[in-house]
Structure formats: structure tokens, C-alpha cells
Write a protein that binds this ligand. Structure first.
Ligand SMILES: Nc1nc(C(F)(F)F)ncc1COP(=O)(O)OP(=O)(O)O
Ligand SMILES: [Mg+2]
Length: 217
């Protein structure tokens, strides 16, 4: 297996749904199915927060959601938990600056997709050097989902990375909705990643559809 090429990655990063049990009013499985029906292109299993599942329950939910992704041809990414990703043979992982070092994770996951959260040019250059396939850049707008989020940065970092000739696939993250998604794309992102705007929507499928329309501008 070889590493995914950037153009293919740009296609799947367009509408990147991130979710765990704490982000849902309904069952995570039904939320994911509705989001897939609405046109998400990538899924990240992110089981975090005070009521997050752990151990066997977390593994069972991850397996259930991975099966749904497989049935619909949606790549399945695991946030933070490299061991879980490897045991499930997930399509990739996403790590932040406080997680395991990029080069170490790259060695452990081989050619699987490796996403890294970056907030500065220095973090971006280091992550590229160490084998990242895409960047998560944010928080673009205020977010309630991530308690320990860094200061809101708007689209300036995405614009700055592009102005400096950084071409790696990039998604914006943080407070993105159908009202502001287009601004993120026009700043140079290849896609948007979304939790609440989809997971807690009254009509999940419609919410995903509207976001997908915005990113296909
Ligand atoms: N989970 C994420 N996914 C993305 C993605 F690019 F995939 F949209 N970007 C950024 C993050 C945030 O990652 P991290 O900084 O480790 O915090 P947490 O583990 O709490 O999510
Ligand atoms: Mg993390």
C-alpha cells in the first residue's frame, strides 16, 4: 500500500464529519447514517469529554461506526487513539500537538492517512517534515465542542499558509456552519470539518446537504 495522493485526499476532505457519543442527541449510528445520506465525504471517530465511552464500550462503538462507513465507502479516521486505530485497521488517524509525536505515529500506522492539528507556521513545517498528509487548522470560529481549544484565529492561518506556498491538503475546524463554510473554502481550505452543525441538527441529512453545497462552490 502507498500513501494517499494529495488530490485524492483533497476530494475526501471536502465535508469532514467528526463525532463521538457525547456530540449526539440520537444514537451515533443513526446520526452517522443520516450524515452520510447528506453527503459527508470523510468521518472521524472522536470519543472525548467527561461522559465519553472508554474500554470495550468505546471499541464497540468505533467498530459499529466503522462498519457503517465501510458499507458506504466513507474512510474512517480515529482521533488520538492510535492503538484503537491499529486494532480496527482504520483508514487513518488524527493527532494534535499534545498527542504522540508525528514521526512516531507515522512509523506505527505505515501508509495510513495521518492528519495533524497545526496552529503556527512552525508547527506546520514540522508536521509536514514528519509525514503529515493533511492539516486541521483552527479554531476558525468560536466553538463549544472543544473545551481546551486554542484562541479563535479566523481564516488568517489558512490564508497565510497558502500565501507562503504550503499546498498540503487542509481543513478548517471550529464553529463551522453552513453560514460561514464558504468563507473557509475561499480562504484556501480544501474542506471543512464539522461536529455540532451536523450532529445536533434537527434534520441531520439536510444539514449535511447544505454544508456540502457550500463546499462545492
Ligand atoms: N480532532 C481534530 N480534527 C481535525 C480535522 F482536521 F480532522 F478536522 N482538526 C483538529 C482536531 C483537533 O485535534 P486535537 O488538537 O488533537 O484536539 P482533540 O483531540 O481534542 O480533537
Ligand atoms: Mg487530539
Amino acid at each position: 500500500m502507498t500513501r494517499i495522493d494529495s488530490d485524492s485526499l483533497r476530494d475526501i476532505l471536502k465535508l469532514y464529519f467528526i463525532m463521538g457519543s457525547t456530540n449526539c442527541y440520537k444514537s451515533p449510528a443513526s446520526v452517522l447514517k443520516d450524515a452520510i445520506a447528506g453527503g459527508i465525504t470523510l468521518f472521524q471517530f472522536r470519543e472525548k469529554g467527561i461522559d465519553a465511552l472508554t474500554g470495550d464500550a468505546k471499541f464497540a462503538l468505533a467498530e459499529e461506526l466503522q462498519t457503517i462507513c465501510k458499507e458506504h465507502g466513507i474512510p474512517f479516521i480515529v482521533n488520538d487513539d492510535i492503538d484503537l486505530a491499529i486494532s480496527l485497521e482504520a483508514d487513518g488517524v488524527h493527532i494534535g500537538q499534545e498527542d504522540a509525536p508525528v514521526d512516531e505515529v507515522r512509523k506505527r500506522i505505515g501508509d495510513k492517512i495521518l492528519g495533524v492539528s497545526v496552529h503556527t507556521m512552525e508547527e506546520a513545517l514540522t508536521a509536514m517534515e514528519a509525514g503529515a498528509d493533511y492539516f486541521g487548522v483552527g479554531p476558525i470560529f468560536p466553538t463549544k465542542t472543544k473545551e481546551d481549544a486554542k484562541p479563535v484565529q479566523g481564516v488568517q492561518h489558512i490564508q497565510h499558509f497558502r500565501e507562503k506556498g504550503i499546498t498540503i491538503p487542509m481543513v478548517g475546524i471550529g464553529g463551522i456552519t453552513m453560514e460561514n463554510a464558504l468563507k473557509v473554502m475561499k480562504a484556501g481550505a480544501d474542506g471543512v470539518s464539522v461536529i455540532t452543525a451536523i450532529s445536533k441538527a434537527t434534520d441531520i441529512t439536510k444539514a449535511a446537504q447544505r454544508l456540502r453545497e457550500q463546499v462545492e462552490y
